[in-house]
Design a protein around this ligand. Structure first.
Ligand code: ATP
Length: 459
């Protein structure tokens, strides 16, 4: 597509070329016919001077992509190049800040930061000098001798940043660096990081950040890479906003946030159909279309939360912008999307152009009393949710209308990994119980048809 973001003249630091990743290759897959493809044919360039954010639904492979780019894991096919040279191990010119600060509790701040320099051949004095400078840059002056447990979450993450920056990395990677912090601390740390970056007060040439916070990506990044799932793939690369347009209140920020919600809530849609004509410099990756899932997968949410979402939309007149709902509920897209998917699967709501719109059933559901609500839910569940239908149908046929959970687990394991099959069944139990379709006895691991007694009498 169109040339990207006028940065052709800038040096390509890192490149993923035709990269695909499958975990557990070689492992014997007794039940699943093949190991799932986690990332499919990734093409990505990181250039000098840019801040790139990677967004995508949970499980789309964001962290996997970051680890591949960092050389911590190897691609199954394709290659990662640093300044044009293929990489086969951890990249020494790169440092990573993780969500879970990953500090050693028995070491002081200074010692934790010095650890970053372990691999470099430096004298003790040089090491300490560099560590003190990094501590100073990141605003930890005076805390050199403190232990992690004496620090707040924000200060601990500063240590994480200092430990990364002390190696003077050409590339700084961040994996959800602010998501474990409270809102104000995160905002403060983001702002400080951006001023260091913009003032060139750090030696880093490019930053790559994985996040599931759309506002965070829009307010920080020069380029936003949106991944899709099943398999993980790049759907689109969007140009970030000009510096002066960033900030929750600007029209441009709202428009870009809205667009990203629209893209992420339309996983099957061709992204080019969703892009405004005013965004010619975005780059879609049409070669990797979503593959239909072999079996309908339930999003792992509780029905109580879906009900809350439906009621909220009802209170807003039956339709609302997804980005507004996210902000109102303090939900990041990773938490909101599964709720939206559940409402959509149950045909209680549809997504339309970045809005969530209640269906006629959804309107009735929101206005119903508790019993009517259950009735509508049961009807929608039986009409739309394959695994619930299967559980009920198999129980109807089974002696005593009872079946062990193993029966359904074995079925689900034909379509999902062992862990995911277990998770799918747990979600199905949660939904099925709410709908009063069947009972599940935890201690016996047994399913029983809810109206089994009634059925027995009628037989
Ligand atoms: N070490 C591993 N072994 C096997 N499978 C893995 C491993 N790490 C990740 N996966 C699987 O790969 C897929 C992508 O995971 P990854 O953590 O990269 O996604 P993500 O987009 O970062 O998700 P999240 O936002 O939930 O952190 C998931 O299905 C996950 O279960």
């Amino acid at each position: 597509m169109a040339s990207l973001f006028n940065n052709k003249q800038q040096e390509i630091l890192l490149e993923a070329r035709n990269v695909s990743k499958t975990y557990d290759e070689g492992k014997k897959q007794a039940k699943s016919p093949q190991a799932p493809l986690v990332l499919d044919n990734i093409q990505l360039e990181i250039r000098s001077g840019e801040f790139v954010a990677i967004l995508g639904p949970s499980g789309s492979g964001k962290s996997t992509l970051l680890r591949l780019l960092a050389g911590l894991i190897q691609p199954t096919t394709g290659e990662i190049l640093f300044k044009g040279v293929p990489q086969y191990g951890p990249n020494p010119h790169l440092a990573i800040v993780f969500q879970s600060f990953a500090l050693f509790p028995w070491l002081t701040v200074l010692q934790n930061v010095e650890l970053g320099l372990q691999a470099q051949e430096l004298t003790r004095t040089q090491r300490m000098k560099r560590a003190l400078a990094a501590i100073d840059t990141i605003g930890l002056d005076g805390f050199e001798d403190a232990y992690p447990k004496e620090l707040s979450g924000g200060m601990r993450q500063r240590v994480g940043f200092a430990r990364a920056l002390v190696v003077e990395p050409e590339l700084l990677f961040m994996d959800e660096p602010f998501s474990a912090l409270d809102v104000l601390t995160a905002a403060n740390l983001r702002k400080e990081l951006m001023s260091l970056w913009e003032a060139h007060n750090m030696p880093t040439k490019a930053i790559v950040m994985v996040t599931h916070n759309i506002d965070e990506a829009v307010s920080m990044a020069d380029r936003i890479v949106v991944l899709g799932s099943h398999p993980g793939r790049i759907r689109v690369e969007l140009p970030g906003l000009a510096r002066e347009q960033r900030g929750l209140q600007t029209e441009e920020h709202t428009a870009l946030t809205d667009l990203i919600y629209r893209i992420m809530t339309s996983p099957q849609e061709d992204v080019s159909a969703l892009l405004p004509v005013t965004m010619p410099s975005s780059k879609t990756h049409p070669q990797a279309a979503a593959r239909p899932r072999p079996y309908q997968a339930l999003p792992h949410v509780s029905i109580g939360d879906v009900t809350g979402l439906i009621e909220l939309i009802h209170a807003s007149g039956g339709r609302d912008d997804l980005y507004k709902i996210g902000r109102q509920l303090h939900l990041e897209v990773d938490d909101l999307l599964p709720l939206v998917e559940a409402a959509d699967l149950l045909n209680l709501a549809d997504t339309e152009e970045g809005d969530l719109v209640l269906t006629e059933k959804g309107q009735r559901f929101a206005a119903a009393n508790v019993q009517e609500e259950k009735d509508i839910f049961r009807e929608q569940a039986m009409a739309n949710i394959s695994i619930l239908r299967k559980i009920v149908q198999d129980l109807e046929q089974a002696p005593g209308h009872t079946l062990p959970e193993q029966h359904f687990l074995e079925f689900l394991e034909q379509h999902f990994s062992e862990d995911e099959a277990q998770a799918q069944l747990e979600t199905a139990i949660n939904w099925g119980r709410y709908a009063e379709l069947f009972g599940f006895q935890d201690e016996r691991g047994a399913f029983r048809l809810e109206d089994a007694e009634e059925l027995a009498i009628n037989e």
